[in-house]
Ligand binder design. Structure first.
Ligand code: NAP
Length: 334
């Protein structure tokens, strides 16, 4: 296998046709903004127009848009609750979308680069920390997110096989947990940061004396601000062209207990925190070894956690005000 290397030449984004699958999502919309600011011609297909679990739709997408670069972000994602509720759907949809997009890219045959976004959930549940790219296959992922993680992990193998057999310029990134202003605050599907922000802000507004969080607070996570993630993804398209995956993260870990203390502080929540130990806390520790991204992409995360959390909290508060102030549609049924 090749050793990790930078791409021979960078990409001139000016007027370059680019597709971002999942480009209307949380990470996708930030990536699309960044690429448009670089003057790329970006298409962000929606599921209703191109359902990528369908091979014909994936083929049609590339035929309709003639991209030079594809970023594959479309996915079925969510926090521990959503993963536990949808193990079958998460496996099928992530597997099917990946299979179809990579195969469609091969048939299309004109891509300069296919950037596939993977996840830290693909790492073995018991892997030693920091999580190194070389350790990806040293065990099975943590059970609460294994179907999602295995589906994502399998795409790495597909990308490597297609590079070897068909010369597809596919690169694969393993992203830490993301957070940021456009995050999903729906309690049914949200990840830990938006879930805890919502709980604390809502508790302050309602004068509630306590918030409840899942697990015992001891697991650790690494959180990457969404703008940093988008910047790293673009750098990978520009600078990387090798089969080995690259971790993208901050290289810093924080326990969920410390995270909640920080969010409580930033939101002004002064009440009691109750840990619901009957609920799962997920993998014990997660922190990526980010040295490869530093060496190969010259990538370093720039947004400190407290600053990113402030932005995220502020956006959540603004959204709530907008929702509360928005005029309710007239009920004509009465
Ligand atoms: N969020 C995180 O913490 C995190 C961490 C590590 C890695 N990642 C990875 O980053 C990527 C983006 O995650 P995100 O949090 O931004 O997700 P998101 O906000 O839920 O967005 C997912 C996007 O995927 C699209 N999609 C879903 N099913 C589709 C289908 N069948 N056909 C076509 N499009 C479909 C959706 O399109 P519509 O809007 O049209 O429905 C949506 O735009 C994913 O690959 C995820 O695995 C995320």
């Amino acid at each position: 296998m090749d050793s990790p290397r930078r791409a021979a030449a960078s990409i001139d984004w000016t007027d370059l046709p680019v597709v971002v699958t999942g480009g209307a999502g949380f990470l996708g919309s930030v990536l699309v903004d960044r690429l448009r600011r670089a003057s790329a011609k970006v298409v962000a297909p929606r599921r209703r127009d191109y359902d990528l679990t369908n091979m014909d739709a994936a083929t049609r997408l590339l035929a309709d848009t003639s991209p030079a670069v594809v970023f594959h972000l479309a996915a079925a994602v969510g926090g521990i609750g959503a993963n536990r509720a949808n193990p079958g759907r998460f496996f099928y949809e992530n597997m099917a979308m990946g299979l179809n997009v990579v195969e469609a890219a091969r048939r299309y045959g004109q891509l300069q680069k296919l950037v596939i976004v993977g996840t830290t959930c693909a790492y073995p549940g018991e892997a030693s920390v920091p999580l190194r790219e070389a350790d990806l296959w040293d065990g099975y992922p943590e059970p609460t997110n294994a179907p999602y993680g295995v589906a994502k992990r399998a795409l790495l193998v597909m990308a490597q096989g297609y590079r070897q057999q068909y010369g597809l310029h596919a690169v694969y990134l393993i992203l830490a947990n993301l957070y940021g202003p456009g995050d999903n605050f729906d309690p049914e599907t949200s990840h830990v940061i938006p879930a805890l922000i919502k709980k604390c802000v809502d508790a302050v507004e309602q004068g509630a004396g306590e918030v409840t969080a899942w697990g015992d607070g001891s697991p650790t996570r690494e959180f990457l601000y969404v703008d940093d993630a988008a910047r790293g993804i673009v750098l990978a398209a520009e600078r990387y062209d090798s089969p080995e995956p690259i971790n993208l993260g901050t290289g810093e870990e924080i326990s969920i207990r410390e995270l909640l203390t920080l969010i409580a502080d930033l939101t002004g929540f002064r009440g009691r925190i109750v840990w619901d130990r009957a609920m799962p806390g997920g993998q014990r520790r997660r922190r990526l070894d980010t040295s490869l991204a530093t060496t190969v992409l010259d990538f370093r995360a720039q947004v400190p956690l407290a600053g990113g959390l402030r932005e995220t909290i502020e956006r959540y508060r603004q959204r709530r005000i907008t929702q509360i102030e928005a005029p309710r549609p007239l009920d004509r049924s009465r």
